[in-house]
Write a protein that binds this ligand. Sequence first.
Ligand SMILES: Nc1ncnc2c1ncn2[C@@H]1O[C@H](COP(=O)(O)OP(=O)(O)O)[C@@H](O)[C@H]1O
Ligand SMILES: [Mg+2]
Length: 250
Amino acid sequence: MTAAAIDARGLGKDFGSVCALDRLDLEVREGEFFGFLGPNGAGKTTTVHLLATLLAPSRGSARVAGHDIRVDGLAVRRNIGLVFQETTLDRDLTVEENLRFAARLWNLPEHQAAARIEAALRRFGLFERRRDSVRSLSGGMRRAADIARGILHEPRILFLDEPTAGLDPRARRSLWELIRSLRASSGLTVFLTTHYVEEAEPCDRVAVMDRGRLAALDTPAELKRVAGVASLEEVFLARTGHELAQTGAS
Ligand SMILES: Nc1ncnc2c1ncn2[C@@H]1O[C@H](COP(=O)(O)OP(=O)(O)O)[C@@H](O)[C@H]1O
Ligand SMILES: [Mg+2]
């Protein structure tokens, strides 16, 4: 039996009187492409930040890559990549400089860093643009650069927080292809948050989140079959009693 990549038990977080995440029980398998679907304010980012040890839980806990987020934060962080909802690249540095800086933070030896950076730049279609400032890139390329940086230390689990929010359909599709090829070649576990139902569709399993609570969890096909509906949008409506907000913004 392989260990779960993520195993959350009663995980919750309050911000003052706001309950951002109630009590989440969730298991993500190793190598799984896991979708975390919900409208704005559902608690997606809070969950990612808890699992990535950027926030301390108010209750419950989780093991990520086998390590307890409450006691073994460093081990968790070594095993995960995190791409934030907003880009955190330095816009004034070149793409390559951003990646080199990340490689230094990860203490990668110089030759290994150089090889991995070149491979990542080529894989993400950024090699020709490596000497350009991040500021000059399109939104889609910036997101690709974010993800390239997120996998430099070869994490086992990659968290992508609304990676395609705000991108045009073409850029979204091409980013989607990148994520697909990345998974195919590395067996990486991907935990993807989104409020776009069409992005949850290709996931192995999808958690439907509503106001800090897990409303449903299964494969997209099974979720639709059980709810007796044709789309994940309708699953959301059936399980929560209200519609999935489609703001397009995040
Ligand atoms: N740092 C914070 N301080 C106060 N409230 C927060 C903070 N972060 C998130 N929240 C609140 O927690 C809820 C869940 O937010 P979030 O996890 O960002 O949702 P999502 O990513 O699904 O849009 C929202 O009501 C949000 O306003
Ligand atoms: Mg969010």
